[in-house]
Design a protein around this ligand. Structure first.
Ligand code: AMP
Length: 342
């Protein structure tokens, strides 16, 4: 019997709860430090594999345990950040979706290439600080969760931030920064599911992130901001549900469909399963994407009992974790599981 497995972090509770609801045996790989926490959910987690470090998933004994229970591993952000792309590509366990596209998410150049191919608007990038001619956001390579970012209006501004980062030990001479036009507007995260079984794109939910400290700067009067020399940081602390004006949804589907088509061409088998387009609606109401995630995002956790969009297709109680399990169930019934995994 097929099991659904994931690492204990990120969205694992949603994924395994959904898997259980669709009738699967569920397996959680958890760090020993979180074992007690995850055991609180043993009403839907059937099996625990305890490790000290998630890279142990590469070890023969853990691999054998997962394969013994016929596990399909659901990838999420923690698998990428803590195990790493090189190892994920070599992992001898079936992974739901296209494991090769995860490299395109993690590598800034490949990411830009795929977004350009999909035709979505993206912010202008600057090859050198001297070219900066508008408000920019600089992103330290490998920065996760929005730390290691700064805003600069010109090259002088840029270099003074770099100096500050170096003094604070946040970066070294070897670190690379991506300089991107800063898009002023409303940040929006579009959560999609591309079904292989139905050959159809589903809009699954929309959220906005609550980031510290940028989302709290507006609570401080500008005079105090200036005196305190406050700089924004973009560390995600939570997610807030959002519905878009219905008239925007037509383009939202086009953005998703075009991304699926481009990924099929550049990274076969493409973008099956969950993914997220991350961007800003600018002052003209145009969506400009600065990122994508090629797997389930933690923002789906707000819709454990369903989102206003999943409700339209499935009624209540369909979440992204459950949708993944349903897809796997449909594939098993049709003897097509190989079409969903890499
Ligand atoms: P990221 O790590 O690229 O997802 O970015 C973290 C946060 O930085 C986002 O959620 C946005 O708030 C902000 N951000 C990143 N890139 C841009 C951009 N080009 N324009 C405006 N805000 C951005």
């Amino acid at each position: 019997m097929t099991s659904i497995a994931t690492l204990g972090s990120h969205c694992s509770l949603q994924v395994l709860k959904g898997a259980k609801e669709e009738g699967f045996h569920t397996v959680l790989v958890t760090k020993s430090t979180r074992e007690k926490f995850y055991k609180r959910y043993n009403n839907f987690i059937d099996e625990y594999i305890v490790v000290d470090d998630f890279t142990e998933i590469m070890n023969d004994d853990i691999r054998d345990k997962l394969n013994a229970s016929d596990s399909v591993l659901i990838p999420h952000g923690t698998l990428i950040s803590e195990v790493g792309i090189e190892k994920i590509e070599k992992l001898e366990i079936p992974i739901f979706g296209n494991r090769h596209i995860l490299r395109w998410e993690a590598d800034r150049d490949l990411k830009t290439q795929l977004m350009e191919k999909s035709g979505v608007s993206i912010p202008k990038t600057f090859n050198s600080p001297e070219e900066i001619d508008c408000l920019t956001i600089s992103k330290l390579s490998g920065a996760r969760g929005g730390s290691g970012y700064f805003l600069a209006k010109n090259s002088k501004d840029y270099y003074s931030h770099v100096e500050k980062f170096k003094k604070q030990g946040l970066m070294t001479d070897d670190d690379e920064l991506q300089i991107q036009e800063y898009i002023v507007g409303v940040p929006v995260y579009l959560q999609y599911f591309q079904s292989t079984m139905k050959d159809e794109l589903e809009l699954f939910g929309i959220d906005k992130r609550y980031e510290t400290n940028v989302d709290s700067l507006g609570r401080i009067p500008s005079i105090d901001q200036t005196e305190l020399k406050l700089s924004p940081t973009y560390i995600v602390v939570g997610n807030i549900p959002l519905v878009l004006r219905e008239s925007l949804l037509v383009e939202v589907y086009d953005i998703g469909d075009n991304f699926v088509t481009a990924s099929k061409e550049l990274v076969p088998p493409g973008m099956p399963g969950p993914f997220c387009m991350e961007g800003v609606y600018d002052s003209n109401g145009k969506f400009v994407a600065f990122e994508f995630s090629a797997r389930i995002v933690a923002g789906t956790n707000i819709f454990t009992t369903g989102s206003p969009y999943s409700y339209l297709n499935y009624g209540p109680n369909m979440n992204m974790g459950r949708r993944i399990a349903l897809e796997i169930k449909d594939a098993i019934k049709a003897n097509r599981l190989d079409d969903l995994i890499t």
